[in-house]
Design a protein around this ligand. Structure first.
Ligand code: AMP
Ligand code: FE
Ligand code: FE
Ligand code: ZN
Length: 278
């Protein structure tokens, strides 16, 4: 079974529509994929009844979180009740906060003399999408300021940049509680991906296990061998689920669908844990 539990559509910062993503997943030979847009399940609603018999689509979301130290954490939620008001309201609030945040980032870039407006950024999104730095990168590409998203991130948008502002979002502990109260399973996304900037400590990760964390996404392109090893030890010690996914963003990133996968045994445990809500 080829199971990819981490993908994005243009309902957040991926470049393909949910239907195009489904088509790409079929072509990539996946048996199952989870659509895990940032702070949105709009894409899942569009394709949940559209899958042919050869492939399964799982409900997911990558919930943006911020620690009390303002570190960015991404919490993957799977198989939660899609109508859970608290979780959906929280994601809606984060999406709204991301708009204010984008206005502030753009204002900083304008102050530095860059010819860019928030309307340039919105022109790169579809109505209702979760707005993020990748859309700002796309606006910079269109204006000829950078060649691609990577250059935009390396030059202006990375987490250590003076233009960076974190998004106002729940703490990881709150996100775990929201996901689990909605009957879902909470897996922390790429926790030790150090190339993205400052990362959480192993000690903090252990504290999240106390807060109900179900598992760790280990098989991810942004984890090196050492990081994978350390995370595997933690997962074993605490009996955590282990997952993997491509973090596919269409043409927005080099990540290919299915490049990292989740073992069937782990997926079955996720389904068991999500119980009747699957
Ligand atoms: P934001 O959600 O606004 O904080 O932006 C974070 C998103 O930017 C991540 O989810 C990635 O999809 C994307 N991202 C981060 N670094 C890069 C990069 N070097 N190239 C392309 N996309 C990136
Ligand atoms: Fe993303
Ligand atoms: Fe992420
Ligand atoms: Zn992602």
């Amino acid at each position: 079974m080829r199971i990819d539990l981490h993908t994005h559509s243009n309902e957040s910062d991926g470049t393909e529509t949910p239907l195009e993503l489904l088509d790409s997943a079929i072509k990539a030979g996946l048996d199952l994929f989870a659509l895990t847009d940032h702070d949105s399940i709009a894409g899942w609603h569009q394709i949940k009844d559209k899958a042919p018999a050869s492939i399964e689509i799982a409900l997911g979301a990558e919930v943006s979180c911020q620690t009390l130290e303002a570190l960015s954490v991404h919490m993957l939620g799977y198989l939660f009740n899609p109508d859970d008001k608290a979780l959906i309201d929280s994601m809606n609030e984060t999406r709204t906060n991301r708009i204010t945040r984008m206005e502030r980032i753009v204002a900083r870039l304008q102050e530095a003399g860059m010819d860019i407006t928030v309307d340039d950024v919105y022109a790169e999104t579809i109505e209702g999408a979760t707005v993020g730095r990748p859309h700002l990168a796309d606006a910079m590409i269109r204006k000829g300021i950078v060649a691609d998203r990577s250059e935009a991130f390396e030059t202006y948008l990375h987490n250590r940049s003076k233009y960076y502002i974190p998004d106002a979002s729940p703490t990881p502990e709150a996100a775990i509680t929201l996901i689990k109260n909605a009957g879902g399973v909470a897996i922390i996304a790429h926790p030790f991906a150090s190339l993205r900037g400052r990362i959480i400590s192993a000690q903090y990760l252990e504290s999240l296990i106390g807060a109900g964390l179900d598992g760790i996404e280990i098989n991810h392109r942004d984890h090196n061998d050492g990081e994978r090893e350390e995370l595997s030890h933690l997962a074993k010690r605490y009996g955590l689920l282990v997952t993997g996914g491509s973090d596919y963003h269409g043409t927005g990133k080099v990540n290919r669908l299915g490049e990292n996968l989740t073992d069937l045994s782990q997926w079955e445990k996720i389904k068991e844990r999500a119980g009747s809500l699957k």
